[in-house]
Every structure is written in structure tokens, then in C-alpha cells.
Design a protein around this ligand. Sequence first.
Ligand code: AMP
Ligand code: MG
Length: 309
Amino acid sequence: MKRLFYAVLAIAMLFALTGCEQKTEETVFAMDTVMQLQLWGRDREAGIREVTKILQEQENIWSATRDTSVLSRLNRGENVEPDSSQQLLLEKVQKLSQRTAGAFDPCLWEVIRAWGFYDENYRIPSQEELKNALAQSRWELGAALKGYVGSLCVTALEQLEVDRAILNLGGNIQTYGEKEGGSPWSIGIQNPNGGDYVGTVAVTGTMAVVTSGDYQRFFESEGVRYHHILDPDTGMPANSGLSSVTIICKDGLTADALSTALFVMGLEEATEFWRASSDFEAVFITTEGHIYATEGALLSGCEYEVIER
Ligand code: AMP
Ligand code: MG
């Protein structure tokens, strides 16, 4: 008995010394991508269940490919009334579209379909097809949904007694709570050319760190790369000189929509957009591999140019 007591005491002291909090990890496939969930503290199992439920529920509502989703029914012109939270999301994405002068466009479904980006049946549509597709305004929230869902998960975790979490929702990182010991979370920025991270950004507390990149979904034909971030003016993959844009922002939906929009804008326009805003920081990687970060983005581990206000 005494021996057992000392063994338990030793383990407890080890945890106290190393700060080794208990952690639960889970990998979930949802929204067409792999999601990795890491939770620390109490209520971890309940937290995983709640997050998984939210991912599935939101996919059921907003998937553009599921016939029964609210979004598909709206796209078919059916008489469907979104509930108040659904209506609010539709209003918010429209506002983000206005805020970015249409660079983020939540109604590109027909254009995305024309390229085969939704089912990986890739093809190059003719200019005529793209013109027709652009003229049909049908909802698709692939550029914003994961960020929105990240914020929903945070609200759910706050209601439980989960202490902290990192949710990697297919490359959209959502941190929740303070890291143990109070040091910042360190989030890697992917190298667009493959391999390891180019550097890391430090964020404190609950934050969304969302990256849009030309390497995330693409196909090649006759030596040309066609990626999935489309210029709403032309329907073509945005050829803005950027390979990736990372947005650091309190609100997941805003982070996600802006990562896509600023990719479309290109470095110069995106810089002006950031200067006129106060709710986010950004890291840009150009197609030539040059890295730029706005002055509030705490980037380290690489050489980069600071963008000042
Ligand atoms: P993200 O990875 O967040 O940049 O989102 C890219 C996805 O959003 C694409 O796979 C399309 O489904 C959709 N999309 C592509 N271009 C745009 C755009 N300019 N505005 C809004 N959604 C877009
Ligand atoms: Mg996005």
C-alpha cells in the first residue's frame, strides 16, 4: 500500500514538474479534409464529441455537394427558410464579400464545378463556359466555412471545462485558451514548395490562423498548374504573384474569408487592405518564395520583410 502511495506521489510530482497535462487527440474526416483535434484539461472526451458533432452538423447544412443541405436547396431555388443562425452566416459572408470588393465571393459554385475542384474530376473549362458559370450566382462556402466552424467549436469548448485546445481543421488552425505556462502557441507556416514549415507565428490565447495556398488543391495540365483559388472577375485561378496568405485574426470566419480574398488581391492590394483594417495580421509568401509579414504578426524562424502601417 505504502509503495503504491509513493508511486502515485512520484507520478503526480513528475506531472507537476514537467507540466505534463493530460491530452486527448483525435483525427476526424469532415468537410472533405482531415481534421486533427488536440484537447487539454477537463471534459476532453466531451469536447471531442462536441467538436465532431459541430463539424458534421455544419457540413450537413452548408455542403454544396449534398442534395439535402440547406445550401443546395437554396441553390436549387427551393422555398427553404434558413434559421436565424444560418441567416446570420449568409449575411456575414455577404458583408465580407463587400468588404473585399468581391475578391471573396461566396457564390462561385458553378465556376468551381466547371473546373472539377469539388470532386477532383479536373478539367479546363472554355472561356465561354466560365462566362456562363460566372453569370450564375450559386452559393459555395468552401473559402470560409472551416474558419466559421472553428469559432463555433471555441464557443462549445468554452461551455465545457476544456482548458485549452488546438483544432487543425484542414490547415485552418484554431487555438483555444492559454497554452500551459502562459507561453504563446507556436503555429507553423507551410512551405508552399513542400517540405517543412518556413517559420512559425506566435499567438496568444484563442485565435484563428488560416492559410490559403496554391499548393493546397491543384492539378497540372501541359506543365501549367491550375489551383483552386479563383479570381471572381475571370473565373481563372488567381494569378496574383502569391503562393500563400496566412491570416491571424480573432474571428475564424473573417480569417478564412480574408485569406482567400487577399490571395486573389495580390501583395500590393492586400497590403493596402491591411493598412485600412485593424482586425487582423498577415503573412504573405510570393511565388518567388519571398516572405512578407505585417508588423503585428509575430513571425520567426525565417527571413522576411516587415510591412509597416
Ligand atoms: P481557401 O482554401 O479558404 O482559400 O478556399 C478555397 C476554396 O474556396 C476553393 O476550393 C473554392 O471552393 C472556394 N473559392 C475559390 N476561389 C474563391 C473566391 N475567390 N472566393 C470565395 N471562394 C472561393
Ligand atoms: Mg479561406
